[in-house]
Design a protein around this ligand. Structure first.
Ligand code: NAP
Length: 345
């Protein structure tokens, strides 16, 4: 990566299965100059999310437009304003927003890019790439608003060792709920128990339906779904009266050729339950309410912010692949220049 050039990753091909190196094209351009009403950003950290593969596939999701071959890949990150001809952004500001997979960007601060100025919580600004960014907002909005947790609820979280999941597990504990997590492999199961799960189900090595039946004899009050597919069907079999099923994501379905057909959705009727999907951007106007809350939990030692940092912009394609083969623990992020920024505590 050259510091005197704007380095970019663009879509080279529509991914089939997990992303592979030939799906990405590396390019360099001049560093752009901001015009009137614009500001220049230096990208410090980028957050990775499964949805990026969907953008590459040409699917629009979460309020972003689908990508064409040759487009710079969408990605939100943390950046520093280094030049500004925009009244709302000062040189030195640290912002969180739609940087794209590139090392420099000129922005007009459009509503579509949603650049939020990061607040100083005495925490590393790197957290704004995930835990105090869109991953945190997804977990917070999805769980608190769609899940409507009550003290004593039994919450089941899939993808529990991932970005959103690891935060939902901890928020559920903070709200006085009991939590069971589902993750792939023994190591991740130990990790989610350390985070506060009273039990963990290894979906790669255990029969999820049988384990849910054994662990949830009175049924699940909230199922927070990050994976969809067979795991969603297994949880629907064991819902409590007035259960809430929160559809955050369905990563197990993103790479399938045929869509998964949910065989037992009528279980919702049998328990007077609800199933609700959401877009993270539904909560965009509550961004700072969310980060204030999450930062106060972190500073009080109630929440452990787990970010899985890959070093170097060159490694962005592999960082996205890590989500689909389960190598990440916590929120997958990239430290763009491969070394701690001066602002990183
Ligand atoms: N609704 C929204 O606005 C919104 C916003 C953000 C994220 N999301 C969705 O929320 C979910 C979590 O997102 P995230 O960013 O936190 O990513 P993440 O959970 O960190 O995603 C990667 C994890 O997914 C698991 N995984 C991969 N393939 C799987 C499969 N076939 N079956 C089951 N699990 C699989 C892996 O964990 P294991 O090792 O445990 O398999 C992997 O570590 C995703 O579905 C995402 O699309 C939705």
């Amino acid at each position: 990566m050259r510091e005197d050039r704007n380095c970019q990753w663009r879509v080279a091909a529509r991914p089939v299965g997990n992303v592979k190196p030939s799906d990405f094209e590396y390019a360099e351009t001049d560093i752009p100059e901001p015009g009137d009403g614009e500001f220049l950003l230096k990208t410090l950290y980028l957050g990775l999310a499964p949805v990026m593969r969907m953008y590459m596939q040409g699917t629009g999701a979460a309020g972003e437009r689908p990508l064409e071959i040759g487009d710079v890949i969408h990605g939100r990150g943390v950046a520093q304003v280094v030049k500004s001809r925009h009244p709302g952004y000062r040189v030195g500001d640290i912002v969180q927003g739609q940087c794209g997979w590139q090392t420099w960007k000129v922005s007009r601060g459009t509503p579509q890019e949603r650049f939020f100025t990061c607040r100083d919580y005495g925490l590393p600004y790197a957290l704004a790439a995930g835990v105090l960014g869109m991953t945190g907002l997804s977990a917070w909005g999805g769980f608190m608003d769609c899940g409507q947790p009550r003290e004593g609820d039994l919450v089941v979280v899939s993808g529990a060792a991932g970005g959103v999941g690891s935060l939902v597990v901890q928020m559920a504990r903070i709200r006085g709920c009991r939590v069971i997590g589902i993750a792939g492999g023994k190591e991740k199961c130990r990790f989610i128990q350390d985070l506060g799960c009273e039990a963990a189900i290894d979906y790669k090595g255990e029969d999820v339906t049988a384990r849910i039946a054994e662990l949830c004899p009175d049924g699940i009050d909230i199922y927070f779904d990050n994976v969809g597919g067979e795991t969603l069907a297994a949880c629907l079999e064991h819902l409590a009266y007035e259960a809430r099923v929160v559809l955050c994501g369905s990563i197990s379905e993103y790479t399938r050729k045929q869509p998964f057909c949910l065989p037992n959705y009528t279980r919702l009727r049998a328990v007077n339950g609800t199933m609700k999907g959401f877009f993270v951007y539904n909560y965009a106007d509550r961004f700072h309410e969310c980060t204030d809350q999450m930062a106060s939990w972190i500073n009080a030692g109630q929440m452990r912010p787990v970010q899985d940092m890959v070093d170097g912009f060159d490694n962005m394609p592999d960082a996205l692949a890590r989500l689909y083969d389960g190598r990440n623990v916590g929120v997958q992020c990239c430290r763009v220049r491969g070394e701690p920024e001066p602002l990183e505590a």
